[in-house]
Design a protein around this ligand. Structure first.
Ligand SMILES: Cc1cc2nc3c(=O)[nH]c(=O)nc-3n(C[C@H](O)[C@H](O)[C@H](O)COP(=O)(O)O)c2cc1C
Length: 205
């Protein structure tokens, strides 16, 4: 079993979503000692640019045409990101809300791994296998967003994208940390509650 833990806050030890994501990852590892966890902070690791060559190669591949010599490199890098994503069984995606949506580095990562033929409309065997993959989104927000709030472009976007990636809705899990713009005592209490939720989820994740 392989778990990919995508971290999308640059705030290191001060980050709310990373604190709860770490608690989930560590508890899950205790239940799955043979499993491997790969941690990737999108603010700290290089990602290939979705530049002209990479995007052109994507259109060419989609229409069944060969990718021209010399433009292959950036496409291969993007393809490698998608293949690496596809090779995992469990995912934790820990991200703050930025301007009602995702931090731009996470959007960059998601644009790289959302690749027709690799993670979307892939082989019949992959499309079957993805149904047993699970993801937990650990979302931190300064404010409070009721379910269905028209201001929340974070959760509905992720739910839709992972539906398109073939995940079943029962395999999408959510740990929502809000509001983080609060008193130190309330934040401490919020962390206690969310860590307990993470520990419960870790048993079945
Ligand atoms: C650039 C930026 C934009 C933000 N935009 C929002 C926002 O639209 N809505 C909100 O509720 N909080 C917003 N926040 C606050 C963060 O979501 C909040 O502080 C969150 O807990 C940060 O998570 P972290 O500690 O894991 O990085 C923003 C913070 C930053 C740095």
């Amino acid at each position: 079993m392989k778990l990919l833990y995508i971290q999308a806050s640059p705030r290191k030890a001060k980050s709310h979503c990373l604190a709860i994501g770490d608690a989930l990852a560590e508890a899950w590892q205790r239940y799955n000692p043979e499993a491997t966890i790969t941690r990737r902070n999108v603010f700290e690791t290089a990602m290939p640019e979705a530049d002209y060559d990479a995007v052109e190669a994507r259109y060419l591949t989609l229409s069944g045409q060969p990718v021209p010599e010399g433009t292959e490199e950036s496409w291969r890098q993007a393809e490698a990101e998608a293949l690496n994503f596809a090779s995992h069984d469990r995912y934790i995606i820990a991200t703050p809300m930025w301007n009602y949506h995702l931090p731009y580095k996470l959007k960059h990562y998601l644009d790289l791994i959302f690749q027709p033929g690799i993670t979307v409309r892939a082989s019949a065997s992959y499309d079957q296998a993805v149904k047993s993959k699970r993801v937990c989104f650990v979302l931190s927000r300064g404010g409070m967003y009721s379910p269905g709030s028209p201001l929340d472009f974070q959760r509905p976007y992720l739910a839709h994208l992972f539906d398109r990636l073939g995940f079943t809705s029962a395999n999408l899990h959510w740990l929502i940390i809000e509001p983080t713009a609060d008193t130190p005592q309330n934040i401490k209490d919020l962390h206690t509650i969310k860590i307990a939720e993470a520990l419960t989820l870790a048993k079945e994740f």
